[in-house]
Design a protein around this ligand. Structure first.
Ligand SMILES: [Zn+2]
Length: 280
C-alpha cells in the first residue's frame, strides 16, 4: 500500500469511529423515542417511560415538554438513588404515565404495576418527580416506611429535581421558603407539635405536613449523608394494610428485624426533631 492509500484508509477509519461515537452521544441525549397518535391517546415513548395522553388535552409542544421532563427526571432519580432504586425496568418494563383531561383523581403512583396518574398537567406544575420517586422507592407498595419518610423524601426530591417555569411556579417549589411558611404559621402549630407523627386535618394541613417532612428529610441528608437517609428509608418498613395513621410511630406494625431510628443515626427522633427545628 502506498502512502496515499494508507492515509485514506486511516482517514476513513477515523471518520467511521467519530460518527459511531457521536451516534452514541446523540442516542443518550435523545429523550423521545416514539410519538404515536392512537384512537383516544397520544402515546409517547422514552427510554424509561410510556406516556398515554388524552387526545386533544395538551398540544404537541406541551406533550414533548412533559415527556422530556419525565425522562430526564427518571434519569436524575436513578443516579440519586443508585442501589436504592427498587424499580426493575428490565423486568417490569417502562413506567406508564396516564395523563387525563379530567381531574377527579389527584396525581398518584401505584408502585406495584409501575403506573403514575398525573392530573392538571396543562397547568405545568404537576408533581411528576414526586410520583415517579414513589415508583422507584417502593418496589411493590406492600411495605412502606413511616409517613414522614414515605412522603417527605418524594416531596424533597420533587423540590430538588422537578423543572418548572419560574413565572408559573414562583417560590412554590422552593423547599426552604415553603418550610419557613409553615414553620412560622400559627395554623400549623398542631401539625408541628405532633410531627413527625402524621397529624393533619384537611388538604392544607396535609400539604404543610408533606413540606415539613421534606425539610426534615433534607436536614437528615445534610447532617448524616444521602446513604444514611436512604438506608433509613429502607430499614423501617411496615406492611401497608396494617397502618393506622395515629399508630404510625408505634412498633406494632413493624416488620421483624426493623431497626429503630436511634440505632441508625445515634439519636432519637425527638432529639433530631429538636435539632432540626433549631436549625430553621
Ligand atoms: Zn406522595
Amino acid at each position: 500500500m502506498n502512502h496515499q492509500k494508507k492515509f485514506l484508509v486511516i482517514l476513513f477509519l477515523l471518520l467511521v469511529s467519530v460518527s459511531l461515537f457521536s451516534n452514541v452521544v446523540v442516542a443518550e441525549n435523545k429523550y423521545i423515542l416514539n410519538y404515536q397518535t392512537k384512537e383516544d391517546n397520544i402515546v409517547v415513548t422514552t427510554k424509561h417511560a410510556e406516556l398515554y395522553i388524552k387526545k386533544g388535552y395538551i398540544n404537541e409542544e406541551e406533550t414533548y415538554t412533559i415527556a422530556k421532563k419525565i425522562e430526564k427526571g427518571i434519569r436524575d432519580l436513578k443516579i440519586y438513588l443508585g442501589e436504592y432504586n427498587k424499580y426493575n425496568f428490565k423486568k417490569i418494563g417502562k413506567i406508564e404515565y396516564y395523563i387525563e383531561d379530567h381531574h377527579t383523581i389527584k396525581s398518584n403512583a401505584i408502585p406495584s404495576n409501575g403506573r403514575v396518574h398525573l392530573s392538571h398537567v396543562h397547568l405545568k406544575k404537576s408533581p411528576y418527580i414526586h410520583e415517579t420517586a414513589h415508583i422507584l422507592l417502593d418496589k411493590n407498595g406492600e411495605e412502606i416506611p413511616d409517613v414522614w419518610l414515605k412522603e417527605g423524601l418524594p416531596t424533597y426530591l420533587n423540590a430538588k429535581f422537578a423543572q418548572y417555569e419560574p413565572k408559573i411556579i414562583g417560590d412554590n417549589n422552593n423547599l426552604d421558603k415553603r418550610t419557613q411558611q409553615y414553620y412560622q404559621n400559627k395554623e400549623f402549630e398542631e401539625v408541628l407539635e405532633y410531627f413527625p407523627k402524621p397529624f393533619y386535618k384537611g388538604v392544607n394541613e396535609q400539604r404543610g405536613y408533606y413540606w415539613l417532612s421534606a425539610s426534615f428529610v433534607k436536614y437528615i441528608e445534610n447532617n448524616y449523608g444521602k446513604d444514611k437517609l436512604l438506608e433509613l428509608y429502607n430499614a423501617r418498613r411496615k406492611k401497608v394494610a396494617t397502618i393506622d395513621v395515629l399508630e404510625d410511630n408505634s412498633s406494632k406494625n413493624e416488620k421483624e428485624g426493623t431497626k429503630r431510628i436511634d440505632e441508625f443515626l445515634g439519636t432519637s427522633v425527638e432529639k433530631l426533631k429538636e435539632q432540626w427545628l433549631t436549625s430553621l
